[in-house]
Design a protein around this ligand. Structure first.
Ligand code: NAD
Length: 333
């Protein structure tokens, strides 16, 4: 099985690559019978892409890394032609950046996804796994979204992801391309670029600084450990039905204030480190995914509870200053 992982030098994509290569000769950590695997990472290495994220597997002969843009049609065709399965993570991902400048989001997330889908179709890819987000649904005050809920994105980021989701599903309906879409909640774990709330807050606190909390801190997010997310994506890759969407959530909803308190405790500091800042424009109040479809059809079940996962994550940032300090200083990784 030859697997192309776009965005494989980013936070979630690199965890997926490390997971794929974690069992010798197997595609799945729990199922060595799946067969041999070769993995190619296609990554532009933007500010959030970092080859250090792949350091643990960089000498693995099954891994190849291609630096390139998913919008580059010639390159994408050349690379896609040599693969059976595409797992598509590459994206511009930070909502705040999309509020200031939406253009790279539309280019990479929409045009880049379409470029990959065209190439997958042209070269007869066996499966295209499109990794997306719960943010495409907008905000929900009560209850949870199912996979059939209409999309209602609020930010340029989520609108560009919604556009790419719909394109991916359209390639299935129009052309019969084997597409599966995953939508997950907020991920956390090691190697997350320190602009997202958990690594930003933890690294600020470890540096003796303050943390900027948006608005009243009442926005609710569901937290999913990045490894559980990747195990879920592997299940969808192997067993998901073509043309279907699957939700992958953590089952741990917290307000941003509740999350902040946990991070303060983990770093052994008090609430005086919190600075309230003006809310983000268009800030969704609550996200909540119904994950029963992935559970019942695929056996999906997140295993890392939030307390253990957060403790390990904070410890990882304590132990890996050499990874994040240059990123916070604005240095090229
Ligand atoms: P990330 O920002 O850490 O990584 C994105 C990767 O894509 C980087 O390696 C970057 O270099 C690469 N990239 C960006 N533009 C590219 C281009 N034009 N061509 C090739 N490579 C390019 O993001 P992440 O958190 O790892 O997210 C991965 C995927 O998961 C995204 O599609 C995102 O929408 C989705 N997702 C993430 C989360 C989360 O909490 N992290 C939640 C829901 C969905």
């Amino acid at each position: 099985m030859r697997i192309l992982v776009t965005g494989g030098a980013g936070f979630v994509g690199s965890e997926y690559v490390r997971m794929l290569l974690s069992v010798p000769g197997s595609t799945h950590p729990d199922d060595p019978s799946v067969g041999p695997v070769a993995v190619t990472v296609l990554d532009k290495l933007t500010y959030s892409g970092n080859l250090q994220n792949l350091a643990a597997v960089r000498h693995d002969p099954r891994l190849r890394v291609v630096r390139g843009d998913i919008c580059d049609t010639d390159l994408v065709n050349e690379v896609v032609a040599r693969h059976d399965v595409i797992v598509h993570f590459a994206a511009e991902t930070h909502v705040d950046r999309s509020v200031h400048d939406a253009q790279p989001f539309v280019t990479t997330n929409v045009v880049g996804s379409q470029t990959l889908l065209d190439a997958a179709l042209r070269h007869g890819a066996r499966r295209f796994v499109h990794v997306s987000t719960d943010e495409v649904y907008g905000s929900i005050d009560e209850g949870s979204w199912t996979e059939d809920t209409p999309l209602s994105p609020s930010s340029p980021y989520s609108a560009s992801k919604a556009g790419s989701d719909l394109l991916a599903l359209a390639y299935h309906r129009t052309h019969g391309l084997d597409v599966v879409v995953t939508r997950c909640s907020n991920n956390y774990g090691a190697y997350q670029f320190p602009e997202k709330i958990i690594p930003l807050f933890v690294t600020n606190l470890l540096d003796g600084g303050t943390v900027p909390l948006y608005g009243d801190g009442g926005n609710v997010r569901d937290w999913l450990h990045v490894h559980d997310h990747c195990v879920g994506i592997a299940l969808v890759q192997e067993k998901g039905r073509a043309g279907e969407v699957y939700h992958l959530g953590g089952g741990t909803e917290l307000t941003n204030w509740e999350l902040t308190v946990r991070l303060l405790e983990a770093c052994a500091v008090g609430p005086d480190r919190v600075v309230r800042v003006e809310d983000r424009k268009g800030h969704d109040r609550r996200y909540s995914l119904d994950t029963s479809k992935a559970s019942s059809e695929l056996g999906y079940a997140p295993r890392i509870d939030l307390e253990r996962g957060l403790t390990q994550t904070v410890q990882w940032y304590r132990d890996n200053r050499s990874w994040w300090e240059p990123l916070k200083a604005g240095a090229t990784p």
